[in-house]
Design a protein around this ligand. Structure first.
Ligand code: NAD
Length: 517
């Protein structure tokens, strides 16, 4: 091809396929990969229209295909993306051995590379994640990647010491080795990148089994991170990934002898599977965060916060506002205020029609209503259109009054419709919140200026995150104090994970010496 001219889409596809196809052992896989790169190329062309970027993408496709053809037994040309769990674990193990010999400065460099790429490439990577997963809001996909800056790294590690008449004891926080990470579709690359920062800071490497619907963007992230880290530090495969993940490959990661610790971020099925595993598992499980609004609350702030939290990425966050229990004295005022912050109120008939579309009946008596997965993470206007309503595209959430039996109250809906339930008093609201959080111990939110009510709810709920007078994101340092993680370990109790979560304690004792005072 004339290097001075832009390749056309057809030219690009035929050059790659005609020239190389005969040597490719896994043709379907390769074609899949080419399709993905072509669609990426097309999007980048639309957004940036630069010849240089297109050449770069073509070069990447050719490099990947060359890697698949020429040297399938080595790991270095795959940049961390593997077909088999055995290969991915073996490469991550080698990466761990390298990392063990590396300096803390090199760890910091690797982490800073990931943080910088998530920041500088957020628009492109966020767009790719949005196109692949087809859920959430593009601007929030981008914001989640930019927020990786606030995930703590090496600076969070510490050493504890006790000195006394028998000398000195120090506790050091050591890595586990290769960590098996299972990541959700709701934040595929952000969870992987956040896990990377925390886990590599602590000296571990990672083998990731991503959700199949977010596997391409997660693999793309792994490739880019590994390439840039290798160029800067010589370290390889600090994170590896299963390119075409399945439930079976997740199970292989669970069972693999080379995986020393499991970190599972996802819904009820995977949380249950991880809790049953004989291997130690840190489980960031599902939530159904309730919001209580009492009569002392700043109603405008409550409305603004509920809309901001529930609208964020179309309510995909596990910490997002999923149902509201507001006391009767301020209920109507709150409903009016929500409309002034971007909510669209459905009347009783519309709520009923929408609920019937969003949920099917339980499969057995007393079972869960069946969530219509096509509705997950969709825009409010799209959801409204499903019941024949045409509303402004910029509407942030749908909401309406329901009773506590509406399936939107007990179920984790992950879409921007929020049910508001009228409570008799703050005790009633707190009791409903407790009931419908289901004991997940995940997240609860209150809007109140009454410190006794706030304290009572905090004690009753017993959740990992308890946010007062702000949107849910404040609980992860986004508008509140604290730091960010996309893995909030709820049933296993580690809380908002940090580098220290992924360490094991080692004690070092000197008898009778080294106490210098
Ligand atoms: P999901 O449970 O469908 O999938 C999560 C991951 O688990 C995926 O990689 C999936 O392939 C895998 N998986 C699913 N069932 C499995 C099984 N039986 N065995 C092995 N692996 C299995 O969840 P999702 O839709 O991707 O994400 C949304 C869910 O995750 C929500 O419930 C949300 O609350 C939860 N979540 C929790 C946190 C947290 O920090 N606590 C963060 C994000 C998401």
């Amino acid at each position: 091809m004339d290097r001075g001219r832009l390749p056309t889409r057809q030219h690009l596809g035929s050059e790659i396929l005609n020239g190389k196809k005969s040597n490719i052992s896994r043709t379907d896989d390769a074609i899949h990969s080419v399709r993905w790169e072509i669609s990426r190329c097309r999007e980048i062309t639309q957004v940036q229209s630069t010849e240089q970027t297109i050449r770069q993408v073509v070069q990447e496709v050719l490099t990947q295909l060359a890697g698949r053809q020429g040297n399938t037994n080595t790991t270095s040309n795959r940049w961390g993306v593997f077909d088999s769990v055995d290969e991915a674990v073996a490469a991550a193990q080698k990466g761990f051995e390298q990392l063990t010999r590396a300096s803390l400065e090199q760890r910091k460099t690797a982490i800073n590379i990931v943080k910088r790429m998530c920041d500088e490439q957020a628009e492109e990577l966020g767009q790719l994640e949005f196109e692949e997963t087809k859920i959430g809001r593009l601007e929030h996909k981008i914001a989640k990647l930019k927020a990786i800056q606030t995930v703590p790294g090496v600076e969070f590690l510490r050493t504890d010491a006790i000195s006394g008449s028998h000398g000195l004891m120090i506790t050091e926080y050591a890595p586990f080795g290769v960590i098996g990470a299972i990541t959700p579709v709701t934040h595929s690359l952000p969870t992987l990148a956040g896990n990377f920062v925390n886990m590599v800071a602590a000296g571990n490497t990672i083998v990731c089994n991503p959700h199949p619907s977010g596997a391409k963007i997660a693999s793309e992230g792994v490739r880019r991170f590994n390439k840039a880290i290798h160029a800067a530090t010589g370290l390889e495969n600090l994170v590896t990934i299963i390119g075409s993940p399945t439930i079976e490959s997740a199970q292989q990661v669970f069972d693999h002898r080379g995986v020393k610790l499991l970190v599972v971020t996802g819904g009820p099925a995977v949380a249950r599977a991880a809790l049953k595993s004989p291997k130690r598992a840190i489980v960031a499980g599902p939530g159904n965060p309730p919001v209580v609004v009492d009569a002392t609350a700043d109603i405008d702030n409550a409305a603004k916060s509920i809309v901001a939290g529930a609208a964020f990425d179309n309510n995909l966050l596990c910490i997002g506002e999923k149902e509201v229990f507001a006391v009767k004295e301020i209920f109507d005022q709150l409903m009016t205020a929500v409309a002034s912050h971007g909510g669209y109120r459905l009347n009783a008939a519309q709520v009923a029609a929408f609920t019937a579309k969003a949920f099917g009946p339980p499969k057995e008596p007393g079972g869960h209503h069946v969530l219509n997965r096509d509705f997950i993470g969709k825009d409010a206007a799209w959801l409204a259109a499903q019941i024949g309503l045409s509303i402004p595209a910029e509407t942030l959430i749908l909401y309406g009054e329901t009773d506590e039996n509406n399936p939107f109250v007990p179920e984790e809906q992950m879409m921007p419709f929020v049910p508001f339930v009228r409570a008799n008093c703050s005790d009633h609201a707190i009791a409903l919140a407790k009931k419908y959080e289901h004991g997940f111990g995940h997240t609860a939110i209150i809007h109140s200026r009454d410190v006794h009510t706030i304290t009572k709810m905090g004690r009753v709920m017993n959740t990992t995150l308890f946010v007062k007078n702000g949107p849910c994101m404040a609980g992860l340092g986004l508008g509140g104090e604290g730091y960010l993680s996309f893995s909030i370990a709820t049933p296993t109790g580690e809380g908002v994970t940090s580098p220290m979560t992924f360490t094991r304690q080692r004690r070092c004792v000197m008898v009778d010496d080294l106490r210098i005072i």
